[in-house]
Design a protein around this ligand. Structure first.
Ligand code: DOR
Ligand code: ZN
Length: 432
């Protein structure tokens, strides 16, 4: 394998058209470098983005390797243009010890398709009762900074307070799945006109908003950093906007599906549209798009939630919530943010790469190519479209809500420390 690559003619986001010389996994030169003997990659007409960073990925290993593994999940990530993913803690066993987070990080390194940063659980077994061994996970070889009980809300305010205080000591953060459980008992979909019509128990927006409001106050009180996972309502945006204006340390992510799909999809009774938090109203979608463009919402995060067929191919009420996201997130983000003149690539880079890298503390990612930076980036064809075919996805699962849809932009290549994890739109067989 050639250690020296010359990526020619790409439109580099934030800089313009230039060639990039990569040597030993790092950017050696940007401009018009000449490199005799380099492997030349023709990137004419392609956009070069810093590699995408996902703050919220369910890789399912250990425990549910029938739905996804670290290997298949990171292949899906690479195919979607990602160079780093944060692995959620709701595995079996739960990632609530140094041993499990180190295992996940080791599996990520062995696979080689994307950097895998484990997220630690806030509470033992995600049970919401006792704090997990946060300090041991932070001090472990996995260097955990972000903690989350995702799938469950840290609903006990005392536990949330202690968690925020604890992670503050090493500049960590708590990623909250905001859902007041008493308000969502038995819930199947967004509470509103469609749930009333279909007779399905509703998940009211206020179950999310009330936890966000409380946690903003707790974060402000203790001076800690709270990050809100997958926010889904217009009122959540307003609470976060006001908190940021007051200087509270709060960040937020939105998922691609909440930027595109609405609760009208429940009319199909197809469980592929069942997700937690649920698909909301058109007004919520519009507010989330605007907030993402504006920066009140900091980042796009996939909540990539692969599920095995037996957990999805059943009646709506029995199905698990969650949908695939890694391979479609960039396209959906472009579609959601896109203006009449096409994508604002600088904004896309900000929300899918630079800012999530900063939130996760992944300093080698989310960097525009400059001499000395790690060569973590992705090449995108802005003019090509593609049609989503579930069986063609790299993920082990097929629960994509976009099957058959034609989406804008394709990922042509992804580079992790200079190695092509994806080339010509295809995932590398193996990374050595
Ligand atoms: O839809 C969801 N699926 N929401 C979550 O919070 C968890 C996730 C999962 O693990 O499947
Ligand atoms: Zn969640």
């Amino acid at each position: 394998m050639n250690d020296v690559k010359l990526i020619k003619g790409a439109d580099i986001v934030g800089r313009g058209r230039a060639d990039v010389l990569v040597r030993g996994g790092r950017v050696a030169e940007v401009g018009t470098p000449s490199a005799v003997g380099a492997e030349v990659i023709d990137a004419d007409g392609l956009v070069l983005l810093p590699g995408l960073v996902d703050l919220h990925t369910h890789l399912r290993e250990p425990g549910r390797e029938d739905a996804e593994t670290v290997l298949t999940g990171t292949r899906a990530a690479a195919k979607g243009g990602y160079t780093a993913v944060c692995a959620m803690a709701n595995s079996y066993p739960v990632a609530d010890t140094a041993g499990v987070v180190e295992q996940v990080a080791t599996l990520g390194r062995a696979a080689g398709y994307a950097d895998v940063q484990p997220i630690g659980a806030v509470s033992v077994g995600l049970a919401g009762e006792r704090l997990a061994e946060i300090g041991a996970m932070a001090d472990s070889a996995a260097h955990v900074r972000m903690f989350s009980d995702d799938g469950h809300c840290v609903h006990d305010p005392r536990l949330m307070r202690r968690a925020l205080e604890y992670v503050k000591t090493f500049d960590g953060l708590i990623a909250q799945h905001a859902e007041e459980p008493r308000l969502t008992e038995g819930a199947q979909m967004n509470e509103g006109a469609v749930s009333a019509e279909l007779g399905l128990p509703g998940w009211p927006a206020v179950a999310e908003e009330s936890v966000i409001a409380r946690d903003v106050l707790l974060a402000e009180y203790v001076g800690g950093h709270v990050h809100f996972c997958h926010i889904s309502t217009a009122r959540s945006v307003e609470i976060i906007r006001e908190a940021k204006a007051r200087g509270v340390r709060v960040t937020a992510e939105v998922c691609p599906h909440h930027l595109l799909l609405t609760d009208e999809k429940a009319h199909t009774y197809d469980p592929v549209y069942k997700v937690n938090p649920p698909l909301r109203s058109g007004a919520d979608v519009a507010a989330l798009r605007a907030a993402l463009a504006e920066g009140v919402v900091d980042a796009v995060a996939t909540d990539h939630a692969p599920h095995a067929p037996q957990d999805k191919d059943c009646e709506w009420s029995a199905a698990r919530p969650g949908m695939l996201g890694l391979e479609t997130a960039l396209s959906i983000t472009v579609a959601a943010l896109g203006g009449p003149g096409g994508a604002d690539w600088d904004l896309v880079a900000e929300r899918t790469s630079r800012t999530p890298a900063r939130i996760a503390g992944l300093s080698a990612h989310g960097r525009d190519p400059e001499p000395g930076t790690e060569a973590n980036f992705t090449l995108v064809d802005p003019a090509e479209t593609w049609t989503v075919v579930p069986t063609e996805l790299a993920s082990l699962s097929q629960n994509t809500p976009y099957a058959g849809m034609e989406l804008p932009v394709t990922v042509q290549a992804t580079f992790l420390r200079g190695r092509a994890t994806v080339l010509d739109g295809k995932v590398a067989e193996e990374i050595k």
